[in-house]
Design a binder for this molecule. Structure first.
Ligand code: SAH
Length: 235
């Protein structure tokens, strides 16, 4: 069981798109479990304030450590073995190999920030695993957490039917290359034909052709994936 707790001020955003298709079915089948906790529940005043202006001035609001800290403590008290993650653009860049690591934990907790982010002392106190989904600024950690979970859930046994479709995808080969082009019916669409080799029935030739296509596409678009250093992550 892949067991997840989300900390957010927008609990109603979940499960969101994770309630559909593969992830949604897997949630129904209890292959994974999602608990969503509202940080606002831990607010100290009757207005349920979770943020305040930054010390030192500047734009925006910062999430208060006393409120967020109590929310984190309440998860930690029931899930002592949790892997605690904070979604932040300053974190380690998320990828397929990190997803493979995350599904190995008995429980993960994902803290979603809003506004200008969370008071640094929360990060100093709990030293969460800081994770980014890319070099851009979202308005909140919720979509980032959903992206991470979507990637993780489809790695769980029984979620994607054909286990080959997981290992053959981009970034999942031991070589960490991009995927070859895919075709389905009809054989001819407008002026475009399916490459003949795919209709040949010769599995060896098809497999060689696909590997070659992967190499060419990777070299053209993401040459850095063919460098030894990055490849190591996928072996
Ligand atoms: N002021 C912050 C950005 C805050 S954005 C900065 O410049 O770094 C508000 C929240 O959105 C963050 O606390 C984080 O939880 C989430 N977030 C925004 N972009 C993200 C990204 N690329 N990856 C992961 N989380 C992100």
């Amino acid at each position: 069981m892949f067991d997840v707790t989300i900390l957010t001020i927008f609990p109603e955003m979940f499960p969101g798109f994770l309630n559909y298709s593969l992830a949604g079915k897997a949630l129904e089948k209890k292959i994974w479990n999602l608990e969503v906790m509202n940080i606002r529940f831990f607010a100290k005043d009757r207005h349920l304030t979770v943020d305040h202006i930054p010390y030192g001035g500047g734009a925006g609001m910062v999430m208060r450590p006393d409120v967020v800290g109590d929310a984190v403590d309440s998860v930690l008290s029931t899930h002592k073995d949790t892997k605690f993650i904070y979604m932040t653009p300053s974190g380690t860049k998320f990828d397929q190999s990190i997803a493979r690591e995350l599904v190995g934990f008995p429980h993960i907790t994902i803290l979603c920030g809003r506004f200008e982010g969370i008071d640094q002392r929360v990060i100093d106190e709990y030293t969460p695993y800081e994770l980014s989904i890319g070099d851009y600024i979202l308005s909140g950690g919720e979509p980032a957490a959903m992206v991470v979970l979507d990637v993780c859930v489809r790695l769980l046994p029984g979620v994607v039917n054909n286990s080959g479709s997981i290992t053959e995808e981009s970034f999942s080969y031991s070589g960490g290359v991009l995927e070859y082009p895919q075709y389905t019916r009809p054989k001819q669409w407008r002026k475009h034909r399916v490459p003949k080799i795919l209709l040949s029935g010769n599995h060896k030739k098809i497999s060689d052709w696909r590997q070659k296509q992967s190499q060419v596409i990777t070299k053209r678009r993401r040459p850095e994936l063919l460098d030894g250093e990055i490849n190591d992550k996928f072996t």
